[in-house]
Write a protein that binds this ligand. Sequence first.
Ligand code: PLP
Length: 457
Amino acid sequence: MPMYGREEIENLTKVIESGTFCDKAGGFMDQFRGDFAAALGAKHAITGATAMLLMQAIPGAIGAGAGDEIICDPVVQFHGIACLHTNVIPVWADVRPDNFLMDPDSVEERITPRTKAIWVTHLAGFAAEVDRLRDIADRHGIYLLEDCAHALFAEYKGRPLGRWGHIGTFSFNMGKQLPTGEGGMAITDDDYLAAELNKRIIFGESPEVLSSNYRMTEFQAAVGVAQLKKVPGYLEQYGEGRRLLDGVVNECEWLDARYQLPDSVVAPYFWSCLFHGERKNIDYGVFKAALRHSGARFGTGFLQVPAYMYAIFRNPNAYGNTGCPYNCHLYSGDVDWQPGHCPVAEDVIPRIVLTSNMVPVEQAAEAAKALRTAIELTEAGEVEPLAYSDVEQRLLQVVKDEGPLEPTEVIRILDDRGWEHFHEHGMRTNMENLRDRYPLKLSHAGPRKFAYHDLSA
Ligand SMILES: Cc1ncc(COP(=O)(O)O)c(C=O)c1O
């Protein structure tokens, strides 16, 4: 829903006219960093090409590497991937059943002498219990890192998220609250950490440490400066949409609104609630089918399973088929992530029912209406449970056989095989719908392609 207009165009024109498109003294990058730091009250703001790249630089910046562990929440994969990139072992802590955010009690249980940090994700703009997590980190002399990719301007106890930990990161990809195409920002109040991070993300001529180039361009910063001012207005509108959807759930005995910590401010991102059909003998497959019939786009199950069940964490392949970093001789722990490792996450993730919250209020009102319809259809038992259709089975097979594909590529392959012809929109919808399925599913692989997963394998 973000709006782009005169200010973005004027800023981009200035960049073009300047003839210098990279970070320069007095350019938009300086302004973006300054404005962002000021908006959140942080001492340092550090721009990067993406949030993921900034995250990859963090383990090195805090002195973590081979043989070390960082405790992550298993509802997303980003921090875990950043760990693997730096030979750090992600250790998965469980989540709370009511908001699926990191559970500090589980974190406490998973701390070992090898733990260097806790890496918490404020999923979909809700605050995790960062006061307790910070206390745990301080007691154990380790770092608290916050992934705020969904949580710009969210708060807990009057403090912005991203400033409870030692470093907080934000994403500006096109799906985020502040979109600049691609881009990320790290904030910290710590001079030493800011310097360590900067060393790793800009290569320079003679690097002091192993580093790379993760630089943002002036184009992104020019858009970022303009968008930053608009985000509070967007969030207000998204908040209205959130209230409409929560209103529907509050009247349903088998859907629970997501729990928000008292004294916290949510930055709406995707809206979600939890399915508890067992209370009323409601079949989840029927509700999923009813959501499809309702006309709005709802997803179920989010990742479907905790991150540690994905192949990349079961069989990391960054260093050939060596099994690194799990079997590194410097690592004295044991990686054994069998089902049951985070029982709450395993139970709650499939129950997540979600839809985008970053839409105009009118669209959220439509979604709320559709959700009410889906609830009524389900309770009336008027739909058959969701199953893989023939078309869906073919799509899954094609992506499995050919690797990550764009919808247009799948259409071409189906045409070549003489199967049903699809238009791009229809194919994209089919592929999007397969993101919510279990055990065979598709996931986004970059902005255009979809990848295949068999989660039972
Ligand atoms: C929770 C979370 N963390 C990190 C990232 C990575 O952000 P980027 O796309 O800027 O690398 C994302 C992106 O979707 C995200 O959702």
